[in-house]
Design a protein around this ligand. Structure first.
Ligand SMILES: O=C(O)CCC(=O)C(=O)O
Ligand SMILES: [Fe+2]
Length: 269
C-alpha cells in the first residue's frame, strides 16, 4: 500500500476537498480488495436483509427502483466478512485519512461497497456528512477504485473548494441530479473536476465536498469499496443514520460517539 502522503497531496486535499492517489494498492492488494468486496456483497445480498435483518444496510430492497440502479450499496461489510474486517481496520488507512484531515484520531463511521451496475444511473450531486449522526468539517472518506474508472463508467466528479462554504444542508441522491444547486446556487459558477483513475487508486474526499458520479454507459460494473471516517471525539447530532437502534436510543445530542464496537478507533497519534 502506497500510503505515504506528500505535502503537495495534503495541500491539494485541503484546498480542493478531495485528492486522487493513483497506485494506492499494489496488484496483490487490489486482488484481495476485489475478492473481499465481491464475496461480502454476494453474502449480504444472499442474506437479503443484511445485519440484524435491517434493510438499511443495503439499498437493494427493490432492485428496480431508481436508487437501486445508481449503485448496489452494501454498508458495514466489515461486520459480516472477516477479510473485509481486516482490510477496513488497517491502521494505515486511518493514518492517511487523519493526516489529510489534520485530526489526531480516526474512527470508522461506516464502510460501504458502491457497485455501479452496467448501464447504471448517475449518482446525483450531494454532500456526505449531513447524512451522518455527527456534524464535522473534518469528516473524510476513502473511495477505492476496484475497476479502471473512466468518464464512461461512472467517474466521480467534485466541486473543488465546496467543503469550505458548505453549511450542513443537503439533498438526497435522487433522480434530480441538480437539486443540490437549489441549496447552493453559488456552486453553479465553479468548474467541476472529473476523476477518472486506474483500478487500485484511492480517492479521498471531505464529508462536505460536493460530489456525484456519471452514469455507467458500459456493459460492465464499476466497483468501488469505500469507507467513511469520523474524527475521534465527534459528538452525536440527533440523526439516526445507520446507528443500531439500542445505541441510538441511549444517546443524547452532544454525547461523544466513542463506542469502540459501533465506531472502531483505527488510528490515533
Ligand atoms: O460511487 C459513487 O457513485 C458515489 C460515491 C459517493 O458518493 C461517496 O463515496 O461518498
Ligand atoms: Fe457521497
Amino acid at each position: 500500500m502506497n500510503d505515504r502522503l506528500t505535502d503537495e497531496q495534503i495541500t491539494l486535499y485541503r484546498d480542493n476537498g478531495f485528492v486522487v492517489l493513483e497506485g494506492f494498492l499494489n496488484a496483490d492488494e487490489l486482488e484481495t480488495w476485489r475478492r473481499c468486496t465481491d464475496e461480502a456483497v454476494e453474502e449480504r445480498l444472499a442474506s437479503r436483509a443484511g445485519v440484524g435483518g435491517k434493510w438499511n444496510l443495503t439499498n437493494q430492497g427493490d432492485p428496480d427502483s431508481y436508487y437501486a440502479q445508481v449503485f448496489t450499496q452494501c454498508l458495514k461489510l466489515a461486520e459480516t466478512h472477516a477479510g473485509m474486517h481486516d482490510l477496513m481496520h488497517d491502521e494505515r488507512l486511518g493514518k492517511a485519512a487523519g493526516t489529510l484531515a489534520g485530526v489526531d484520531g480516526i474512527r470508522i463511521w461506516h464502510d460501504q461497497a458502491l457497485i455501479k451496475p452496467p448501464f447504471g444511473n448517475p449518482t446525483g450531486w450531494h454532500l456526505d456528512n449531513p447524512y451522518w449522526s455527527f456534524s464535522s468539517r473534518d469528516a473524510i472518506s476513502i473511495w477505492v477504485a476496484l475497476d479502471d474508472v473512466t468518464l464512461a463508467n461512472g467517474a466521480l466528479f467534485y466541486i473543488p473548494g465546496s467543503h469550505k462554504t458548505a453549511r450542513f444542508e443537503n439533498v438526497g441522491i435522487g433522480e434530480k441530479q441538480a437539486d443540490l444547486f437549489k441549496v447552493y446556487p453559488e456552486w453553479r459558477q465553479v468548474e467541476t473536476v472529473g476523476c477518472p483513475c486506474p483500478a487500485g487508486s484511492a480517492v479521498f474526499h471531505n464529508g462536505l465536498t460536493a460530489h456525484g458520479a456519471g452514469a455507467n454507459m458500459t456493459n460492465k460494473p464499476r466497483r468501488a469499496m469505500t469507507c467513511a471516517y469520523m474524527p475521534d471525539r465527534a459528538t452525536f447530532n440527533g440523526t439516526k443514520n445507520i446507528l443500531p437502534d439500542d445505541y441510538f436510543a441511549s444517546l443524547k445530542v452532544g454525547d461523544v460517539l466513542n463506542d469502540d464496537t459501533v465506531n472502531p478507533l483505527i488510528w490515533k497519534t
